[in-house]
Design a binder for this molecule. Structure first.
Ligand code: IYR
Length: 229
């Protein structure tokens, strides 16, 4: 790769950007292959406790943080939990909320909709998976002097970063679960997060348990989720 040229535009530094393109037949093949490979990703609830090198987690997080974000604020914090006692604390707190949710907070329709997933209030994966990535969104940034700086399109930005994260996890040959215990504010307390951060997703990462079954689900076909104009 050539060293990029730099220039100032209205006083702001820009660098030349060159991007690899492919002949159409190769582009077609690449897009097909990528879809086939992405289509093998599944949400998994049964994890192995087999350890993962920390550097793999770091690389996955670096990949997540390449996501676009409003005004390039990167309004996210990824908390990585491997400490056994902390995982137990998170499991207990999550199960307390989930027990309440399954018993009375979720509607009949909701419970019916998730029946094919066969989940319940028990969350053993929160202790078994070697890593829990707890994603926080930063509603605003806190400057060292205590002043607040606004962030923009926070949900969109953090959602995109989580999509990149899940793709990076799949690419590393690992599996994940996008878990949303509700409400999630116990995570703010347990992980002692500052006032500007709100829990967004709890993502256990690991190898799948050696015998893992996932629901037999169908994905929508192209015409069901696209409109051409
Ligand atoms: N948060 C609960 C319930 C749940 C909700 C949805 I929407 C799911 O797709 C799956 C589960 C739980 O994690 O069990």
């Amino acid at each position: 790769m050539n060293t990029p040229h730099t220039r100032l535009i209205d006083g702001h530094p820009f660098i030349s950007y060159s991007h690899e393109s492919y002949p159409e037949d190769e582009m077609l093949q690449r897009s097909k292959d990528f879809y086939s490979w992405m289509n093998t990703r599944r949400t998994v609830r049964d994890f192995s406790s087999r350890p993962i090198p920390k550097e793999v987690i770091e690389n996955i997080l670096l990949a997540a943080s390449t996501a676009p974000s409003g005004a390039h604020k990167q309004p996210w914090t990824f908390c990585v939990v491997s400490d056994t006692a902390l995982k137990t604390e998170i499991r207990k707190a999550a199960e307390k909320e989930e027990q309440e949710s399954y018993a009375s907070r979720m509607s009949e329709e909701w419970l019916e909709d998730i029946k094919p997933l066969q989940t319940d209030w028990q969350k053993p994966f929160l202790e078994i998976a070697p890593y829990l990535i707890v994603v926080f969104k930063k509603a605003y940034d806190l400057l060292p002097d205590g002043r607040k700086r606004n962030n923009y399109y926070v949900n969109e930005s953090v959602g995109l970063a989580c999509g990149f994260l899940l793709t990076a996890i799949h690419h590393a040959g690992l599996v994940a679960l996008t878990h949303t215990p509700s409400p999630m504010n116990f995570l703010t307390t347990i992980l002692k997060r500052p006032e500007n951060e709100r829990p967004f997703l709890l993502i256990p990462v690991g190898y799948p348990h050696e015998e893992t079954f996932v629901p037999k689900l169908e994905r929508k076909s192209l015409h069901q989720f696209t409109c051409y104009y």
